[in-house]
Design a protein around this ligand. Structure first.
Ligand code: PFF
Length: 497
């Protein structure tokens, strides 16, 4: 069973990991985060966050994953059987991301089709919210089903299943080698074109115009750390799982640096494109850039179609390219969100990869149908906030402590250094992973909790409680079910003590 879960080459590992990192967060989240947190000045906390957290943490997660060459749940159990619950908590939380990511991809798939004929009409805002999503903020509309969204989502689930149920290298490995380079190429085309638009410089000036005074504000540091956790998919058991699939000779330190660089390059590139286009639009419409910027769904499904409406013939090239890029970025990320849970189930219950993926895709597709309702958009926002600001960050803090303190990060230093062709780890790394990271991420977590509690409606709080209950119960069920695989407690370690 295990050999079906191994990368064919180091390149497959790196590209799949970049595919996981480069996702919707890079395209729709980062440009706005950069803009609203001091523009050019944001680069200081951003670079600090990459150097102090992103790279050191990723090295730790890779190192431990590589050492165990087994699933997250199995390895956590080996570190201490009492922690098995954590071993399921993170993979289940990441699987919950998968379920709502599939809805965003479904919307995007519809926009790919619409972009060929500007099918969103003259008022993209009304089209998105009212015609397509039939958005409602009353949970009674959970029963009003929207078939077109459901169909688009099911197509996505089929593609995901088609790639994931194969052996790792045959499916995810091969597809990453095609899609990830393609994603970069299309992005270069879009950004190249955007930079030539009249008014691009207006947008870029707005974006980079540094507001140094913000550097003293706690929020921009929090935003930078939050962005890096999300964007690099840190501490989510994905990096762990991907590293456990590597062969025996991986240079994990150098890989980490390549992945972090590629991810940052992509998101900063995306920011150039987004703001050139906003600058162009601002000049065309006479609206200030500040009034156009938004993030998330608003940016992708409202601002962009509005732009395509005013740029004439080019829209028929740029529009499809843009929505296809978003789809590919989403696809390579969503494929990573099923791996930790799938591998853990394979290890504990002895199912094959094929069978596990088939079951998870069916279950995921069925649950995801609640997002194909008129309440879906609101629900998605609540679940996203809960998972990202509360559940995952909590898991990340616990994971950091378990890996750095209980497993003991010291064990990895000599081994990682012996393979590294670039930097070598020293005492500084241990200080970061044992002290700086748990403290920093805890601060970000508390800030996020306060934000959620202060800014939530009653409905949001209720649905947050329901999501939390589901996550806690599902993790408990996986922990309590007896193992069916005799090898569940047999585990090899690749790094000597
Ligand atoms: N890193 C992805 C992005 O930037 O869009 C998002 C992501 C993927 C977050 C997978 C979490 C996750 F488990």
């Amino acid at each position: 069973m295990e050999d079906k879960n191994e990368w064919g080459s180091n390149l497959s590992f790196i590209l799949a990991m970049i595919g996981s990192a480069v996702g919707l967060g890079n395209i729709w989240r980062y440009p706005y985060v950069l803009y609203s947190n001091g523009g050019g000045a944001f680069y200081i906390p951003y670079i600090v966050a990459i150097l102090v957290m992103g790279i050191p943490f990723l090295i730790l997660e890779y190192g431990v994953g590589y050492n165990f060459k087994s699933s997250f749940a199995k390895a956590i159990r080996k570190i201490n059987p009492k922690f098995e619950y954590l071993g399921w908590f993170l993979p289940v939380a990441v699987f919950m991301i998968m379920i709502y990511y599939s809805a965003i991809m479904g919307w995007d798939a519809i926009y790919i089709v619409l972009s060929f004929f500007k099918g969103w009409g003259a008022d993209p805002n009304a089209f998105f919210a009212t015609t397509l999503l039939q958005s409602s903020d009353s949970y009674t509309t959970l029963t009003s089903f929207i078939p077109i969204i459901a169909i688009a989502m099911l197509v996505g689930w089929f593609i995901i299943w088609f790639i994931s149920h194969r052996d790792l290298e045959e499916g995810l490995g091969k597809i990453s080698k095609v899609l990830v380079p393609l994603l970069f190429v299309i992005m270069v085309l879009i950004v190249g074109f955007s930079l030539t638009l009249p008014g691009a410089s207006v947008g870029l000036a707005q974006l980079f115009n540094p507001d140094w005074s913000l550097l003293g504000h706690f929020e921009i540091w929090m935003a930078a750390f939050g962005q890096i956790v999300f964007s690099l998919s840190l501490g989510m058991s994905i990096a762990f799982t991907y590293a456990s699939y590597t062969k025996d000779d991986a240079d994990l330190i150098t890989n980490t640096i390549s992945i972090a660089l590629a991810n940052s390059l992509f998101e900063n590139f995306a920011a150039l494109g987004v703001f050139s286009i906003l600058g162009y639009m601002s000049v065309q419409s006479g609206t200030a850039v500040a009034d156009l910027v938004t993030q998330g769904t608003g940016l992708v499904f409202i601002v962009y179609p509005t732009v395509f409406n005013v740029i004439g013939q080019w829209a028929y090239v740029l529009g499809p390219l843009f929505f296809i890029t978003v789809y590919l970025a989403g696809l390579t990320s969503i494929l990573s969100t099923v791996e930790p849970l799938s591998f853990s189930i394979q290890n504990k219950f002895g199912f094959t990869r094929n069978r596990t993926m088939t079951i998870l895709c069916i279950v995921g597709a069925l649950i995801s149908m609640i997002y194909a309702t008129a309440y879906g958009g609101s629900l998605l926002g609540f679940v996203d906030t809960f998972i990202n600001q509360i559940a995952l960050l909590f898991g990340v803090i616990v994971e950091c402590i378990v890996f750095a303190w209980v497993f003991k990060a010291e064990r990895l230093v000599d081994f990682l250094n012996s393979r590294s062709k670039t930097i070598k780890l020293g005492k500084w790394w241990l200080v970061i992973v044992k002290y700086v990271l748990p403290i920093f991420i805890s601060i970000v977590w508390i800030g996020g909790m306060i934000d959620v509690v202060n800014n939530s409606s009653i409905d949001q709080l209720n649905f947050t409680i329901v999501s939390a209950a589901l996550l806690l119960v599902a993790s408990l069920v996986f922990t309590m079910r007896p193992a069916k695989n005799e090898e569940w407690d047999e585990i090899e370690e690749r790094v000597e003590n």
